[in-house]
Design a protein around this ligand. Structure first.
Ligand code: SF4
Ligand code: SF4
Length: 118
């Protein structure tokens, strides 16, 4: 989720794999670890299960939400996503923005073909 390019984007941001998230209501450790208000939100996955998701436009790239032992995190932390789930990785901001743009273009194309037909 994002809302336009940032003036000073971090080099890396956190990305949550919904398939690995234990569930936003059952866990939410990442939200407790994150220093930025409303940066990690709850979103339904493709099956309607509420999982956590990082707002790319809010993440500062601190890595405090990332599981202990996950080497993509930039700094030591006291806790993070449980290691059993290890649902969060740090990825480059540019790659995340590109993949979000590809997803939204695919959504637009799918909606157009739904309206126009094959
Ligand atoms: S990297 Fe930091 S700012 Fe970004 S979601 Fe994780 S804890 Fe929040
Ligand atoms: S800490 Fe990990 S498993 Fe728990 S809600 Fe966040 S992403 Fe999901």
């Amino acid at each position: 989720m994002m809302s336009g390019p940032r003036k000073r984007a971090p080099k890396n941001v956190a990305v949550i794999d919904p398939d690995h998230c234990f569930g936003a209501l059952a866990c939410s450790i990442c939200q407790a670890a994150c220093p930025i208000e409303n940066c990690i939100i709850e979103e339904p996955d493709r099956d309607g299960r509420l999982v956590c998701a990082v707002r790319v436009d809010a993440c500062i790239g601190c890595g405090l939400c990332v599981a202990l032992g996950n080497e993509t995190a930039p700094q030591p932390r006291d806790f993070g996503c449980p290691a059993d789930y290890d649902a969060i990785d740090m990825m480059t901001y540019d790659d995340v923005v590109k993949s979000l743009e590809m997803v939204s273009e695919a959504d637009v194309e799918a909606n157009v073909s739904e309206v126009v037909g094959p």
